[in-house]
Design a protein around this ligand. Structure first.
Ligand SMILES: CSCCC(=O)C(=O)COP(=O)(O)O
Ligand SMILES: [Zn+2]
Length: 214
């Protein structure tokens, strides 16, 4: 006998498939080392599909994706959702147009977060690729990627993230020594934003190397 759950199981399976395909690609790029990173997609107004905590993100299977409510509580599953679930659900709860949240730990993201933690942001300026961010129609406007202090207390981190939105449009943020959060209306847009951040952060790091000592 199958248990009745308060969400569309068919839609969950569709989203799980989409998450698995995309996350395998990200893992193959080396952006999810040592079981790090977490990924989610809005399922409906009250639920999100998210990765189970501690799983190898390069080897995700359907059973590694579970459902949480918008307070981050597991729904219809005994698994433990990502330790960072609150950083996903806070975005879904506050912004109805956010449909997908991606969190990775690439080398460029992690090094940039360390290098720019003191400044509190990484300024991205003068790059054509800035147009990859939704609503940003020109390379001329600077985009400041916030860098938040790391914490194991997700409520503390979530409160800091909440405050970032007072400053203007935001497509992602870094956490010091930790990694990057990026989001979009759907998986394709969230991937585009994540890819753009990765490329631009890598450019900034390379520029620093090339101009060191000059
Ligand atoms: C070994 S990585 C430490 C936790 C982390 O930062 C992460 O992204 C993965 O946590 P999860 O609970 O989502 O597996
Ligand atoms: Zn993490």
């Amino acid at each position: 006998m199958s248990e009745t759950v308060p969400y569309d199981v068919h839609r969950l399976r569709e989203l799980a498939g989409e998450i698995i395909v995309n996350v395998r690609e990200l893992a193959a790029l080396g952006w999810t080392p040592a079981t790090s990173s977490n990924f989610s997609h809005r399922l409906d107004d009250a639920h999100a599909a998210i990765t189970v905590s501690g799983r190898d993100k390069g080897k995700l299977r359907e059973g590694d994706i579970m459902v949480v409510d918008m307070d981050g509580r597991a729904v219809g599953s005994d698994h433990r959702p990502s330790a960072e679930t609150l950083l996903h659900t806070q975005l879904y709860a506050r912004f109805p147009d956010i449909g997908c949240v991606l969190h990775t730990h690439s080398r460029a993201q992690t090094i940039a977060s360390r290098l720019f933690a003191g400044a509190g942001h990484v300024r991205l300026e003068g790059y054509e690729l800035l147009k990859a961010f939704r609503g940003n129609d020109t390379h001329e406007a600077a985009v400041d990627v916030p860098v938040l202090p790391n914490s194991q207390d997700m409520s503390t981190l979530a409160a800091q993230v909440d405050a970032l939105f007072d400053r203007g449009p935001l497509w992602g943020y870094l956490i010091d020594g930790h990694g990057l959060y990026a989001w979009g209306r759907d998986m394709a847009e969230a991937r585009r934003h994540l890819d753009a951040f990765e490329f631009l952060l890598d450019c900034e790091l390379e520029l620093r190397r090339l101009t060191a000592g000059h």
